[in-house]
Design a protein around this ligand. Structure first.
Ligand code: AMP
Ligand code: GLY
Length: 432
């Protein structure tokens, strides 16, 4: 009998997770809550919000779910896994939970928690101090002795908007006071002020049971809305994997200085962790530093990395609590992967929803749905990021050209995508 799986979420990341596990011979039935029109072609979408814990638990129970994979961070930060675990604690049919419980999810949901963890375990990261509303004066004094740019971070989850890079002391002090006064609601009741690190960013991912881990491929994402990395921050406008400057030596350094100390740190601190960890890194000179942890996979990085993984992802999840977990060899295709995000006009600020979409009949890669809905009149837009198109190729240029041509062939009014994804890395590819 195959394993029944429930994937929580509704974006391109969850579509890519479903595509990966739909290939698995281990799969019984695949459910997605709430899913999107893309995931509907791979399993059964169920209209339940991942944050509605009683309904999620009922779904797991009724549909005899054996593996639960949570895509986004918000349900994890709210304690989804604690609730599921409590419900099944005295039952025999407890599902495998891929996603950490609330305490461990603080690695993403509290910047202060993450920074304290990083410092406690001597993992390279920017110097910082954190302050609350009662410490405005001290915080200003701290800012005044820093050399700009100065990085201000809301402690809590702020939908990717809670980080400000200030170019002088005055701007930093003004922003700080607004943050402590509720600019990001409860998320900025505490603010982490940190040193600016100058370098190139990349991310690497691991699947872990808190003791052993499997390293997944790295990716580079493109966070800004505008070409040449300009304009406002977004959830991510594209991604490539592999990343040409991530040499085997650098990867080894990341493992030694960051990944292993993180996993060992979880153990030393007795922090139970089961799920994906996203290491947001920056390369300063030749040294990798941690910018952030996320307790989930990235979007659109997932749409770039999972199509390269040949090993059965569902089998890895299924075996996560066995003694052999972490010893499996991950087979990664040497194909290059490129993802381009198609966004609604106006995103990340105001944008319209409900716009009709025309998809080509055939494409050279995968069209992952991010913000779409199916109505009587056909497919319509329902979010800022509408699709993430993925293409593979023997050379990054080939993957990018295919992804670009897919992006051109999808039509909806106001469609916007960056045409420069990966171009900053071109000189590195050409020199290989
Ligand atoms: P975070 O939410 O912590 O990932 O921050 C969002 C973005 O802000 C990162 O992807 C970086 O581009 C930038 N950032 C965060 N912290 C720093 C830092 N200490 N130095 C330079 N840039 C940073
Ligand atoms: N693309 C960045 C993230 O998923 O957080």
């Amino acid at each position: 009998m195959g394993k029944n799986v429930l994937v929580l979420g509704s974006g391109g990341r969850e579509h890519a997770i479903c595509q990966a596990i739909a290939k698995s011979p281990l799969l019984g039935k695949l459910y997605i809550a709430p899913g999107n029109p893309g995931t509907a072609s791979l399993g059964e979408n169920i209209d339940v919000s991942p944050e509605d814990f009683p309904k999620v638990i009922e779904l797991i129970d009724k549909r005899e779910i054996q593996i639960l994979i949570c895509g986004p961070e918000a349900p994890l930060a709210l304690g989804l896994m604690d609730n599921v675990e409590d419900f099944f604690s005295s039952k025999e049919n407890k599902p495998v939970l891929i996603g950490p419980k609330q305490f461990a999810a603080q690695l993403e949901s509290s910047k202060q928690f993450a920074k304290e963890f990083l410092f406690r375990h001597h993992i390279p990261t920017a110097a910082y101090k954190s302050f609350d509303q009662t410490q405005l004066q001290e915080a200003i004094e701290f800012i005044e002795q820093m050399t700009p740019p100065i990085v201000l971070k809301a402690d809590g989850l702020a939908a990717g908007k809670g980080v400000l890079i200030c170019h002088d002391h005055l701007e930093a002090c003004e922003e700080l006071s607004q943050m402590l006064n509720g600019k990001f609601g409860a998320a900025s009741e505490k603010v982490v002020i940190e040193e600016f690190l100058s370098g190139i960013e990349f991310s690497i991912f691991a699947l872990t049971n808190g003791k052993d881990y499997i390293l997944l491929p790295e990716a580079k994402d493109y966070k800004r809305i505008g070409e040449g990395d300009t304009g406002l921050n977004t959830g991510g406008m594209g991604a490539v994997s592999p990343v040409p400057f991530v040499s085997p030596e650098l990867k080894q350094k990341v493992i030694q200085n960051i990944i292993e100390p993180t996993i060992n740190g979880l153990q030393k601190d007795n922090i139970e962790y089961c799920g994906f960890i996203f290491f947001g890194l920056i390369l300063v000179g030749n040294e990798p530093f941690v910018i952030e942890y996320n307790c989930r996979l990235g979007d659109p990085e997932t749409e770039a990395i999972l199509p390269r993984i040949e090993t059965d992802l569902l089998a890895l999840c299924n075996e996560i609590h066995t003694d052999t977990f972490g010893r499996q060899n991950l087979n990664i295709s040497d194909q290059h992967s490129a993802v381009i995000v198609l966004a609604s006009g106006g995103y990340p600020e105001f944008f319209q929803k409900g716009i009709s979409i025309q998809l080509p009949e055939q494409t050279e890669g995968t069209v992952f749905h991010s913000g779409t809905k199916l109505k009587e009149r056909g497919l319509i837009t329902s979010g800022g990021r509408v699709f993430a198109v993925n293409a593979l190729g023997n050379h990054p240029q080939v993957a990018l050209q295919k992804a670009n041509s897919m992006a051109e062939q999808i039509h909806f009014e106001g469609k916007y995508f960056r045409k420069d994804i990966g171009l900053d890395l071109q000189h590195l590819w050409n020199s290989k």
